[in-house]
Design a protein around this ligand. Structure first.
Ligand code: DON
Length: 304
């Protein structure tokens, strides 16, 4: 069966889930998004795209941004990065504060909020122009210069970002933040606020499917071995305390965001992005996860 036919079949099958879950409303600007969108876009390593639904509507990538920021930090720091942040699954909520205290200020992995805040700090310390360098990198990966921050979303999140502020304060207390707390939070929220469409996100994620012999976007270069390791962290940590369930159901390295987006890769074959704002209790898109489960089931293609 062709990808087009499979996507049409999947869309029909997930339709009954359309009212399940709830969009993220702890960020006021995200509460305004129409929750009834669904889109899925596959971009293959041979350059073809297959899509269904709202694949050209921009959405807030939120935690999917953590894959891009990790890529930059790993390119800059190499293995030294792991002195500041661990690479173990957390089994806890993405914004857990208690775990950070138990771990004495070393976040479990770069995809939970605490880990991504440390990564933001590293980028602030090392990039000459962090805000524009990050955006340039994402634009290069997606091959699309129109991608941008949404300053309204970033400001809205800061206005209620009490837990992230608590996490940043605890990191500072343990000596794991070099920059001013407010500067780090501002940059972290900005990175989360980037808006992309499913088409753009699947294009950007191709780099993790080894679409290019080398991962090289401007000054940011990763070896294929480092890309393999980013995929491993997506597989084990990309869905927080839902990572086991996601792995069990889908079997592709992937990363979710509370904007309802998911980026995933089938190494050497394709990258796929889904978007549907209604989330399950762990903060992951209900329809997106189901669509990916059906995709790997119907194509019989997964890493397992
Ligand atoms: O920091 C936050 O809470 C959001 N900016 C990002 C969280 C997120 O996307 C978690 N993903 N499922």
């Amino acid at each position: 069966m062709s990808y087009n036919k499979i996507l049409t079949k999947i869309a029909a099958e997930i339709a009954p889930l359309r009212n399940q879950g709830k969009q993220a409303d702890y960020i006021p600007a995200l509460a305004k998004v129409d929750p009834d969108h669904f889109g899925i876009c596959i971009t293959t390593t041979s350059g073809k795209s297959y899509g269904w639904g709202d694949i050209d509507t921009p959405f807030s990538i939120q935690s999917v941004s953590k894959v891009f920021s990790l890529s930059m930090a790993l390119a800059i720091m190499g293995e030294e990065l792991w002195k500041r942040v661990d690479k173990e699954p957390s089994g806890s909520a993405f914004n857990s504060l208690i775990q950070l205290e138990l771990d004495h200020g070393i976040p479990r992995n770069p995809f939970i909020n605490a880990g991504a805040i440390v990564v933001a700090d590293i980028l602030l310390s090392h990039l000459p122009h962090p805000h524009s360098d990050y955006l340039k990198f994402v634009r290069r990966m997606a091959d699309d210069p129109t991608i941008n921050y949404n300053f309204e979303v970033a400001t809205s999140e800061r206005s209620v970002g009490y837990i992230n502020a608590a996490i940043a304060n605890m990191l500072k207390y343990y000596g794991n933040l070099e920059n001013e707390i407010e500067d780090v939070l501002h940059f972290y929220f900005l990175m989360c606020s980037v808006e992309m469409t499913c088409r753009q996100l699947s294009h950007a994620f191709l780099a993790y499917a080894h679409a290019k012999s080398q991962f090289e976007f401007g000054d940011i270069r990763l070896t294929s071995s480092q890309v393999k390791r980013i995929n491993a962290i997506m597989q084990t940590c990309g869905f927080y305390n839902d990572a086991g369930e996601y792995s069990y159901l889908v079997g592709l390295p992937g990363k979710s965001g509370v904007g309802g987006g998911i980026g995933a890769v089938y190494p050497r074959r394709y990258a796929v992005a889904t978007w549907s704002p209604r989330l399950n209790s762990k903060g992951n898109s209900v329809m997106g996860m189901k669509a990916l489960e059906l995709l790997t089931t119907y194509t019989n293609e997964s890493i397992f």
